[in-house]
Write a protein that binds this ligand. Structure first.
Ligand SMILES: [Zn+2]
Length: 302
């Protein structure tokens, strides 16, 4: 049996989320890789640490690179019985599986130690019932990967750790309160217990960019992902964060999440119309709800 302490999981999840911030568009996400240290006692392994090695658009790291990494592990740790028990990498938004490359890497690890395992983490798969990762080994005769059982050394709530970390990272990367001060709700639409709120500054000027914030709120606390297609009438996007030409957006968040902050410009900023052509909200059980076409009118009575 493989035992994993909560802190080790938390640190690797943090590394994964730093490289695949759920508040950024997925095209900015990067995969990352680490080495797993632990102590082996007969058939059981206690994981002691995951050492981050690197991140990038592809996590293929040639085994020769590891020589450099192995040298980072201090001799003190080796004296205390810690050895490399496996490797960890992320598949942000891609799901939990072992690719062909992963199988090759894993075979190399197993040739060093037959109990070595590979951990694959997809931070988008964290939910109340799953920490968002699997452990794998490869069958030496068929070269097929199979999952390996593990347990945590203590019980904890996976989702609340995820929430805590994303909130911390969110605070570091996008200080919204500083970026867009004094927004007030100007309109709200509700559909199937889901509320969309649009906020803008209390006073705006013609032909001068101003921010609009779109927030989605679920009726009860839960993890969900949402994709939507948005049109704006009577205004143009002036500059935007994480928006592309297709106007099809994707987001993952909790019960209340900022979906987007647009900067828009209009010659009639007190009469703007947003239309959500479609919106799909998927919960952690993969159950989804499609919205009807929703119109949100931004009218200021100034
Ligand atoms: Zn992989």
């Amino acid at each position: 049996m493989i035992q994993i302490p909560k802190e080790v999981y938390q640190d690797f999840l943090r590394f994964a989320l730093e490289n695949a911030n759920p508040l950024k568009k997925s095209r900015y996400w990067r995969e990352c890789i680490g080495l797993i240290l632990g102590r082996i006692d007969g058939e059981s392994i206690i994981v002691t640490d995951i050492i981050p090695i690197g991140s990038g658009s592809s996590v293929f790291v040639d085994i020769s690179d590891y020589e450099k990494v192995f040298s980072l592990i201090s001799f003190d740790r080796i004296d205390q019985g810690e050895v490399i028990v496996g490797w960890a990498h992320t598949h942000p938004g891609l799901g939990l599986f072992f690719s062909g490359t992963d199988i090759g890497t894993q075979i190399t690890y197993q040739s060093m130690h037959p109990l070595a395992f590979g951990l694959v983490l997809d931070p988008t798969k964290v939910n109340p019932f799953s920490p968002g990762f699997n452990l794998y080994r490869v069958d030496s005769s068929t070269s097929r990967p199979y999952t390996v059982d593990f347990h945590f050394t203590e019980e904890f709530n996976y989702l609340s750790i995820y929430q805590q970390l994303t909130q911390e990272l969110f605070d570091v990367t996008i200080p919204i309160s500083e970026m867009v001060p004094e927004l007030k709700a100007v309109n709200m639409v509700t559909w199937k217990n889901i509320t969309l709120t649009l906020e803008k500054p209390s006073s705006v000027q013609k032909n001068t960019p101003f921010p609009i914030k779109l927030t989605l709120k679920m009726s009860r606390s839960q993890f969900f992902r949402v994709s939507y297609k948005l049109r704006i009438y009577n205004a143009k996007m002036s500059s935007m964060q994480d928006f592309d030409d297709s106007n099809e957006y994707f987001h993952e968040t909790f019960d209340s999440g900022t979906l987007a902050i647009f900067s828009i410009v209009s010659d009639n900023p007190n009469q703007i119309y947003f239309q959500l052509e479609h919106m799909r909200v998927t919960d952690y059980r993969q159950k989804y709800y499609d919205s009807p076409a929703l119109g949100i009118e931004v009218v200021s009575n100034e």
